[in-house]
Design a protein around this ligand. Structure first.
Ligand code: IPD
Ligand code: CA
Ligand code: CA
Length: 257
């Protein structure tokens, strides 16, 4: 199986990248700002991305890469095979908490998700899988979480979107069992896969949702931009993903965006 072989290769790279991060965490980080004072990038984000890009370019030279750092953050289309990389998702957590961050890689062919990888380096939990494979945490196959309604579980939210009630999302929070704000899209997707939350709303770039969407799709979750339009891997957008039932309920009755 083509995807299975590729998955084994990528898992090996991610374990190496995780070791690199753990080594670098023993020393002080070099932190710089990007668009504003809380939009950070570290030497480790850049090094992890370079490590992955070098391998892809060496072993799969016909493929395309969309990645957050170093001027690789735009692709005009999803033609061919595309690797979408967030070298460290949750950089603020990485800098201030030294946990609650993930390496994320999604592999698409002609715009169709094939393989997704979310690596919680500190917990040493690599969530991976995709088409013809299902979803695993390390070597353990995961069962699909229950298809719960919006009111029957916790929601992950982006703090600013929730505080500003963008799209009427506070109503979702009030009617649900509660809201959690973690600060890493990757860790939020992991929560969905584990059945810890029923939905997640945030303001995401393509590399924030590419890997996670492939995995949650295997379990029948639904995702889109908050206005209901399809994800398109172009720019930062308000984004929602939830169980099939919860997605239908909130998009029909609650979200107004
Ligand atoms: C960010 C995190 C955060 C989300 C932001 C992302 P980064 O990614 O996933 O939870 O709210 O929109 O940009 O910058 O730490 O890779
Ligand atoms: Ca990110
Ligand atoms: Ca990042």
């Amino acid at each position: 199986m083509k995807n299975q072989q590729l998955a084994e290769t990528v898992k090996g790279w991610l374990l190496e990248a995780g070791e690199l991060i753990k080594q670098r965490m023993k020393n002080s980080l070099v932190v710089s700002t990007k668009s504003h004072r809380s939009d950070l990038v570290t030497n480790v984000d850049k090094e992890v991305q370079q490590f992955l890009v070098e391998r892809i370019e060496h072993f799969y030279s016909n493929d395309h890469i969309l990645a957050e750092e170093d001027g690789r953050n735009y692709l005009p289309n999803m033609d061919g095979r595309v690797w979408i990389i967030d070298p460290i998702d949750g950089t603020l957590n990485f800098v201030f908490q030294r946990e609650n961050f993930a390496i994320m890689v999604g592999i698409y062919e002609e715009g169709i998700g094939q393989l997704g990888f979310l690596y919680d380096v500190v917990k040493e939990e690599l969530y991976w899988g995709g088409v013809d494979i299902g979803v695993f945490c390390n070597d353990r196959k995961l069962l699909s979480p229950k298809n719960l309604g919006a009111k029957d579980g916790l929601w992950g939210m982006n703090g600013a979107i929730y505080a500003q009630n963008i799209g009427n999302v506070q109503k979702i929070g009030k009617e649900s069992m509660g809201v959690r704000i973690i600060g890493s899209a990757g860790i939020e997707f992991i929560s969905l896969l584990k059945g810890n939350t029923v939905g997640y709303i945030s303001n995401l770039y393509p590399w924030d949702y590419a890997a996670g969407m492939i995995l949650v799709n295997e379990f029948g979750f639904k995702g889109s931009f908050l206005d209901g339009s399809q994800i398109d891997f172009q720019s930062q957008e308000k984004f929602i993903v939830a169980t099939d039932v919860a997605y239908g309920e909130v998009m029909k009755n609650v979200v107004n965006f």
